[in-house]
Design a protein. Structure first.
Length: 304
């Protein structure tokens, strides 16, 4: 039995007329009649009662019609699904976030729009340190990593910058800097402060960029402590151990224990928000995500 036999049978059952069914199928009437007879012979039952101008389903035919329709519907669904998968419209994608990247409003907005655009793609999410996420990318345990760090030390990993975010100064609530009459601070005004730094395991994080910026205005920052995550740095600031320079979107952390000061216009430091991915990835869901990210970014930045 072939699928075409089921399609022939359903057409005849619905039209109750061999000639009309043949026209609907785009074939001649004699071959259609012959195929229906072969199907009845194979099944060993009579599917139709034939009259001079009309053909009607037999009781056995009525039962078989439901099964035939279900089989054809299942085949059509399977065909559509594999076609959607082949076009990258169905499947799965695994996203990784650093804690600071997940705090920026653009990150959940982008993921939400992607899910709305491709509702048949399953999105899995995990959080981790930038170094751990890059390792997960290399080992193909995730497909995309949202991060603020450079991927230059990692062969085979590429990145797309989504935006640059202003950084702010996190200061303990009882620190003298909070009493300054001016609302903004120059970077060189921090030359006597103790810095809480955070960096990746391989030294490609924000710490190195901050040290370079400090050198440009004539000082080397004093390091009070180094941690591996921005949230950890903010907890130390809240404890009064020093100050930290962090992305603006982190201002929701420890609001009762930390005062966030902004840089004056000429001293503003920015940090990128990027997505990293394997540059040889052939996964179509990844290609869909990258394409949508590029389109989404320009609209999001314009509206914010």
């Amino acid at each position: 039995m072939e699928l075409r036999h089921l399609r022939y049978f359903v057409a005849v059952a619905e039209e109750e007329h061999m000639t009309r069914a043949a026209a609907k199928l785009g074939i001649q009437q004699p071959p259609l009649s012959h195929q229906i007879q072969l199907l009845e012979k194979e099944l060993g039952v009579q599917l139709f009662f034939r009259q001079s101008r009309r053909i009607q389903l037999s009781p056995a035919g009525k039962i078989f019609l439901g099964d035939a329709r279900a089989i054809l519907a299942s085949v059509d669904q399977a065909t559509q699904r594999i076609q959607r998968f082949d076009m990258g419209e169905e499947g799965s994608i695994r996203l990784g976030f650093t804690s600071s990247a997940s705090m920026h409003q653009m990150t959940p907005d982008l993921v939400r729009v992607f899910r709305e655009t491709y509702p048949l793609i399953t999105v899995e999410i995990e959080e981790g340190a930038a170094h751990d996420l890059i390792n997960a990318l290399e080992q193909e345990r995730i497909d995309i990593a949202f991060s603020r760090s450079s991927v230059k030390p990692y062969p085979g990993i590429a990145s797309m910058e989504l935006l640059k975010e202003d950084m702010v100064i996190a200061v303990p609530v009882n620190h003298p800097l909070t009493q300054l009459p001016n609302e903004t601070i120059r970077l060189k005004d921090l030359c006597h402060e103790n810095f809480i730094f955070y960096q990746q395991v391989n030294g490609s994080g924000i710490k190195e960029s901050l040290i370079e910026e400090c050198a440009k205005v004539g000082f080397e920052p004093r390091s009070a402590q180094i941690v591996y995550r921005i949230i950890g740095a903010l907890h130390l600031v809240a404890s009064g151990l020093g100050i930290a320079i962090v992305p603006k979107s982190m201002q929701a952390i420890q609001p009762d224990s930390i005062v966030y000061k902004t840089f004056e216009p000429g001293s503003v430091i920015t940090v990128p928000l990027s997505i990293a991915y394997r540059d040889n990835s052939s996964k179509l869901t990844v290609k869909r995500f990258l394409a949508l990210s590029s389109e989404f970014t320009s609209k999001w930045v314009t509206s914010h």
